[in-house]
Ligand binder design. Structure first.
Ligand code: AMP
Ligand code: MN
Ligand code: MN
Length: 324
């Protein structure tokens, strides 16, 4: 199916739907939350009712609570099987976690995603790995639904694009990306307000957590890789909220002279969540996939059993300078 066909099919299925649920990946980021709320608002403008559903029983990350409609997320246990389920920014239905059974039971599944490893199965698949964010694909879908996005919609989708491009700094920041961002601003998204709400609203605890993460930066693989870590106790001791760890990796990434960086979040439940970022031409997506995770060339992640030492032993050999 070509991409224009997929957009048309998705628009038709949504127009004909009796009920629509919108799901996002576990540990939802700005693209996941912004895309879900943006799509809900686009559908509302088209006269279609929908509800965004959380992947787990954890609350929405507080960083994104300012987005229009953020209070309308529901828990999977409170949702009925919908006519149409739209999975956003989730290359694999398993990433929907508690919402996965709803996606599988829906009459129609629509996937809207930009991950290169997306597995569409029999879904209507609106997939474009060239898109900088899933939010850009939702923006395009609005046009296929005949909707002119309002300022609330533009705010949500600009937040999606801002976060997935690392504030318009990653390699997915192209002329097209900036043109889409300009359209969103013209539609009423206010860059300064959205930037401040996401990046300049950190608690003192979050700054203390950042200080710990920066203080622990360690070089490996002959200096080509740098990593850091945070543990559950760091959140308790600093008072940082879990959602405030989302951008720590950007500060590790700010180091010069390295080809890849990663941050390990060691959970009390005996698992470690690893966030990887490549600089220049390194590919951390393949390393994450090799370990059972996924993502893009430049930004990927995986959850591994064990603590910090287990994570280091698994990840370092797969990164630049690690196989020698
Ligand atoms: P993060 O480091 O959590 O911001 O994730 C970076 C990218 O990797 C995102 O595109 C995620 O969707 C993807 N990703 C993170 N964790 C996993 C995982 N456990 N499995 C598959 N993809 C992941
Ligand atoms: Mn995402
Ligand atoms: Mn994304």
């Amino acid at each position: 199916m070509t991409l224009p066909d997929a957009f048309s099919q998705a628009a038709r299925a949504l127009r004909e739907a009796d009920s629509v649920l919108i799901g996002v990946h576990v540990d939802p980021d700005g693209d996941a939350v912004g895309s879900a709320l943006g799509l809900m608002l686009v559908l509302e403008s088209a006269g279609i009712d929908s509800a965004p559903v959380l992947p787990t029983n954890d609350p929405l990350p507080s960083t994104y609570a300012f987005l229009p409609g953020a209070d309308r997320f529901i828990l999977a246990q409170d949702a009925a099987v919908p006519d149409v389920f739209v999975a956003l920014d989730s290359p694999d239905p398993r990433r929907l976690v508690l919402a996965e059974p709803l996606a599988r039971a829906a009459r129609t599944l629509i996937m809207i995603d930009h991950h290169p490893d997306a597995t569409p199965g029999d879904a209507i698949a609106v997939l474009n790995p060239e898109a900088a964010a899933t939010g850009c694909l939702v923006w395009e879908l609005a046009h296929h639904l005949g909707v002119v996005p309002d300022s609330r919609t533009a705010t949500c989708l600009y937040a999606a694009l801002l976060t997935d491009t690392g504030r318009f700094s990653y390699s997915n920041t192209s002329a097209k990306t900036l043109r889409v961002a300009a359209e969103m601003v013209a539609a009423g998204a206010v860059p300064n307000d959205i930037y401040s709400a996401i990046y300049e609203n950190r608690s003192a605890g979050a700054q203390a957590l950042l200080s710990r993460a920066l203080g622990r930066i360690t070089f490996a693989n002959g200096g080509l890789v740098a990593y850091s870590w945070v543990r559950d106790a760091d959140f308790v001791e600093t008072g940082a909220r879990p959602a405030e760890a989302e951008n720590l990796i950007d500060h590790v990434r700010a180091l010069g002279g390295v080809e890849a960086v990663f941050l390990v979040k060691v959970n009390g439940d005996g698992k470690s969540r690893v966030s990887l970022r490549a600089k220049d031409s390194a590919d951390v997506g393949s390393a994450a996939r090799e370990l059972g995770g996924g993502g893009h060339r430049a930004a990927a992640g995986v959850t591994l059993p064990g603590g910090l030492d287990d994570a280091l032993a698994a990840v370092l050999p797969l990164l630049p300078g690690g196989r020698d």
